[in-house]
Write a protein that binds this ligand. Sequence first.
Ligand code: TIU
Length: 227
Amino acid sequence: MIALEAQPFEFTFELATCALVIIDMQRDFIEPGGFGESLGNDVSLLSAIVPQCRAVLQAWRAAGALVVHTREAHRADLSDCPDAKRNRGNPRLRIGDAGPMGRILIAGEPGCEIVPELAPLPRETVIDKPGKGAFYATPLGALLRQAGITQLLFMGVTTEVCVQTSMREANDRGFECLLLEDCTESYFPQFKHATLEMVRAQGAIVGWTAPSTALLAALSRAEPVPR
Ligand code: TIU
């Protein structure tokens, strides 16, 4: 059993039954010229978390525990992208339009790929999701249950959109969730701050939060799981 100093209280977990879920660390959100910037956002904040995310990913891999990556990714024919999502706010560039990194948020296009520093290994699961939440219209829930996973550690972007939506979906499905505070970011710092507060409020109503340093320290003392 690994014990993490967390808020609002200690989070305990076993490596064999806990997965690291990395939400949408895609070039379209993090690099200039992608979908995030096309929505009018300053993307420079988001790339700052990549080193901490990488350190956690490497330590989690070394511990032998399960890693899941997600991407907000649509089919090339846009059959899984509702007009309500595509046209909302009459954006300059819409999902599926040609952007500087290929068609925006279309599976297989360069901008849709996960940033190279966090690239999935061939054996790691990558979930393409059409919504903001990682469980909606994906096999994630079934995959986690089959692997015997009961707890999830979250990293990724953006905190209040895809990360928070995914945590709430997971919480309602009976998973205990912890968000790594310095491994998530928003285009709006006040929204990140508010999300961390609301996740852990009311006795961890959605889940726990902890800094990556707490996890890294705990992992350095842990016995890796054979997988
Ligand atoms: N716009 C925004 O903050 N986020 C998204 O559209 N997707 C994710 O959060 N991945």
